[in-house]
Design a protein around this ligand. Structure first.
Ligand SMILES: NC(=O)c1ccc[n+]([C@@H]2O[C@H](COP(=O)([O-])OP(=O)(O)OC[C@H]3O[C@@H](n4cnc5c(N)ncnc54)[C@H](O)[C@@H]3O)[C@@H](O)[C@H]2O)c1
Length: 257
């Protein structure tokens, strides 16, 4: 590790497992102090312990919070002290249905966590970022932000909107020292994907079919997404804002003959 985030204070949502956990570990390794936010207290505690053991010199704060609750988000950031150099809006849930079979409750849940949660966190950190004329917000979107897999409604609708939020905030604050970007991962080997394969009638065949789709014959690791997140949250790409980095091993540009 090379200290690329030395002295930075960064909040990461959905940090207890999966991509968020990998991002937290990589950021701490690069020198950042962290606020880890998650709804799952036990998993969050385990991740905090792992981080403190791996990087005892870092300040690792943690908050159990449902990002779908705007008042709880505001309270969490107020308690933590609202001043951050970076925010990673990573927490998200798969809500996959046939459009007409989607209940109002499921539609609301998809938007409340995957979009409104990100906006609530951004609202909480932006005032201090504007004051200090420095800050980076990174939204973990998905290739669902610009492509559609039938039967996954309304997840792609929400991820398209998260890309819209990224572009909109990126432009609104471009002249105030703030950058807002997104990463669009394709398939990443996390619990979410394992659970999704497990729902198939033949999970092993489902897994093989997913790998087969990929030009490299594999899917991403959470650590590969984290490496890109270090670059995007750092000062190494100062002219990069209101944009999205796709990390999908070439899947979304592949055209079938
Ligand atoms: N895994 C993939 O293949 C993949 C691909 C593209 C995009 N993504 C996106 O990456 C992000 C992380 O995905 P993952 O696969 O690591 O997921 P995951 O389910 O492994 O982890 C998500 C974390 O978010 C937390 N969380 C869920 N709802 C929350 C809430 N309301 N408030 C606070 N925390 C909450 C969970 O407790 C969990 O720790 C998501 O936004 C997801 O949409 C994942």
């Amino acid at each position: 590790m090379t200290g690329r985030l030395n002295g930075r204070r960064i909040a990461v949502t959905g940090a207890a497992q999966g991509i968020g956990r990998a991002i937290a570990l990589d950021f701490a390794g690069e020198g950042a102090d962290l606020l880890l936010i998650d709804i799952d207290p036990a998993a969050l505690e385990a991740t905090v312990q792992a981080l403190r053991e791996a990087w005892p010199a870092r300040r690792i704060d943690a908050a159990v919070c449902d990002i779908a609750d705007p008042a709880a988000v505001a309270q969490t950031f107020e308690t933590a002290g609202g001043r951050f150099d970076g925010l990673v809006n990573n927490a998200g849930v798969n809500v996959f249905h046939d459009p007409l079979a989607t209940s109002q409750e499921e539609w609301r849940r998809a938007f409340a966590i995957n979009l409104e949660g990100a906006w609530a966190c951004a609202r909480a950190v932006l005032p201090a970022m504007i004051e200090q004329r420095h800050g980076v917000i990174l939204n973990i979107a998905s290739t669902h932000a610009f492509t559609i897999i039938p039967g996954t409604f309304p997840y792609p609708v929400v991820k398209h909107a998260l890309l819209g939020l990224t572009r909109s905030l990126g432009l609104e604050y471009a002249d105030r020292g703030i950058r807002v970007n997104a990463i669009a991962p394709g398939y990443v080997a996390t619990q979410k994907v394992l659970d999704w394969w497990a729902t198939a009638p033949d999970p092993e065949a489902a897994r093989a079919a997913t790998l087969e789709l990929h030009p490299q014959g594999r899917i991403a690791t959470p650590e590969e997404i984290a490496r890109a997140a270090v670059f995007m949250i750092s000062d190494e790409c100062p002219f990069m804002t209101a944009t999205c980095l796709t990390i999908d091993g070439g899947l979304s540009v592949q055209q079938h003959a």
